[in-house]
Design a protein around this ligand. Sequence first.
Ligand code: IPD
Length: 265
Amino acid sequence: MPDAAELLAIAVEIVREAGETARRMRVEGVSGVATKSTDTDVVTAADRAVERQVVDALRIRRPDDAVLGEEYGASGVPGGVRWILDPIDGTVNYLYDLPQYAVSLAAEVDGLVVAGVVRNPATGAEWTATLGGGAFHDGGRLRGSPQTELAQALVGTGFGYDPARRVYQAGVLHGLLGQVRDIRRFGSASLDLCAAAGGQLDAYYEKGLNPWDHAAGGLVATEAGLVVAGLDGAPPGLDMVVAAPPALFKPLHDRLVELDAAGGP
Ligand code: IPD
């Protein structure tokens, strides 16, 4: 089994090349726009092209590994290394030429994410992490926010594409907004997690994320010293993902548990 640093080096190289494809296709003009799960869930030719490029590059370097990608789903033989890919995280921002989108790629070994890279092709900013090896942004080590008071916390969140879930998310937001410094919704979960890792957000939460949205960014946040967990305290899945520095995690988590109990999908 390769070590995490080796997997990260492969991921970084592939994501840089793929990010350039995303950036170039944005400059040339977005094409192939279609909707997926709902009318608000958008995909573009670039999402598909970037995913194909990353999968092809992985097949050359690591032919025996499995891949889970947002656009084309699972491929390869399960067991061993699995790559988790969001070719463009923040597709709506990409569509509108807002420079807040990312290529996100994580390597999972035996169910544990061990390496991850998140790259914003519009700005060239890059975040990396390996399990136990720390989190870095453009060479500098990340340590999260020193904030300890929920009332003074700038909290990021996001909204899914399912209308019923959005009603639930609006309810949670309604209950939280008066108890925090402010809320931000930037539109790319992986970049939100990296922002929390770097202290540009004090914390982040969202319900209904898919593994490709949080695999790499979640490792970056964890390795920056944040607690990253679902509402049940287990590693995040499709349930609420909460990422916060240790002192902030409990008050935020407890409040979200209360608001979650108020119901919704
Ligand atoms: C979306 C973004 C957004 C989050 C949504 C995700 P996509 O990913 O990360 O910030 O709120 O839940 O689905 O669709 O742009 O890859």
